[in-house]
Design a protein around this ligand. Structure first.
Ligand SMILES: [Zn+2]
Length: 358
């Protein structure tokens, strides 16, 4: 991975973008693609990138990646100055207590805090034996000594977003990227990289890139983007959960450094079977690494693509990421590059006739 590519991933991932508060991610994304075509934004802050090479009279292949990350929202300020919060999206609860976070205040600044749980020194025997803690048992502590102090001197108010205070790092020697929000900033980075590399190239179909919002709250914005773009087909780009550190070897389907994962199904959809098979065959024919999976859980914007409006076939290209929906994630430059390669191969090969046969 080049330093420039890493910096793009880092700028995207480090930007705070809890569900519905994605503007800073969108601003970073714009800076990378504004010269590639027409950029539009809707009221949900979905960002649409229409390639300048599009002709407007061909079927549209939509690339989607979501900008939001699992975050929190301030619920209330307790008399002692600590903050109650609600999750925005689904956290891996066990990974939350003790992390450092950034809380947006009334001045729009993100200020540091800690997710605090009752210290072990003060827990009862029953609490010690109680197992995993619920988010409701935790508070965010920004260091205030009273509710008044929190409001007046820290600028805390309810309704503001919170994200983990984590910055992205790359160990080039071992090809490991660590940071937050790789679900789905790594997908956003793939989308931008693909559009950048294909600049000036004639493709068989029109291509519209969509950086969507609020995916983690139940694919909310995808319903709007699908109706606006009316894709003939879509490739949804995801940072998807790697399963190689806690699954029996025979069942590993999403391992680090083995290429993008294309799911046959997850809880939200069965990916268009003929489209899925076409992608698997294409990657293998071109010698590109690819993984396939059948998943019990999960969900993503491809489900909305297949069922909104007239519906369109969709597949999901997932960059394997260890520990999504937790503050610290891990991915590899190899998988990022392999995903870019597979998506570019699809866009160069896929014709309107082929889409009609899906
Ligand atoms: Zn995601």
């Amino acid at each position: 991975m080049t330093n420039e590519t890493f910096l793009m991933i880092k700028r995207l991932a480090d930007a705070p973008g809890a569900c519905a508060f994605e503007e800073e991610v969108a601003a970073v994304a714009r800076s990378y693609v504004s010269h590639l075509g027409t950029i539009e934004e809707d009221f949900l802050r979905n960002l649409y990138i229409h390639r300048k090479e599009n002709t407007g009279d061909r079927p549209v292949v939509m690339l989607d990646a979501h900008m939001d990350e699992v975050g929190m929202m301030i619920h209330s300020i307790k008399p002692n100055g600590t903050l109650r919060f609600l999750p925005l999206g689904s956290w891996n609860k066990g990974s939350v207590a003790g992390i450092k976070v950034l809380v947006r205040n009334a001045d729009g600044e993100y200020i540091p805090g800690i997710v605090a749980s009752k210290p072990v020194h003060f827990q009862t025997a029953a609490e010690k034996a109680g197992g995993a803690m619920e988010l409701d048992d935790m508070v965010i502590d920004v260091g205030a000594v009273s509710a008044q102090d929190a409001a007046q001197n820290f600028g805390i108010r309810i309704g503001e977003p919170v994200v983990p205070a984590v910055t992205t790092e790359y160990d080039g020697k071992r090809d490991i990227i660590m940071g937050k929000a790789f679900d789905d900033r790594i997908g956003c980075a793939v989308l931008l990289e693909v559009l950048r590399r294909l600049e000036g190239e004639q493709l068989p179909c029109d291509v519209v890139g969509v950086l969507s919002t609020q995916e983690e709250l139940g694919l909310r914005s995808a319903k709007v983007t699908c109706n606006r773009v009316r894709p003939a087909a879509a490739v949804v780009l995801e940072g998807c959960p790697a399963d190689d550190t806690f699954t029996e070897p025979y069942a590993i389907q999403t391992a680090l450094k083995k290429g993008p994962m294309f799911r046959h199904m997850d809880k939200s959809l069965v990916c268009a079977p003929r489209f899925q098979r076409y992608v698997l065959n294409l990657a293998r024919k071109k010698g590109l690494p690819i993984q396939e999976s059948v998943r019990k859980g999960g969900g993503n914007n491809a489900a909305a693509v297949q069922t909104e409006g007239f519906g369109a076939p969709a597949v999901v290209a997932g960059v394997p990421v260890r520990y999504i929906h937790a503050p610290n994630c891990m991915a590899s430059g190899f998988d990022f590059e392999a995903t870019v390669q597979v998506v570019m191969a699809i866009l160069r090969d896929l014709t309107p006739e082929m889409i009609a046969a899906f």
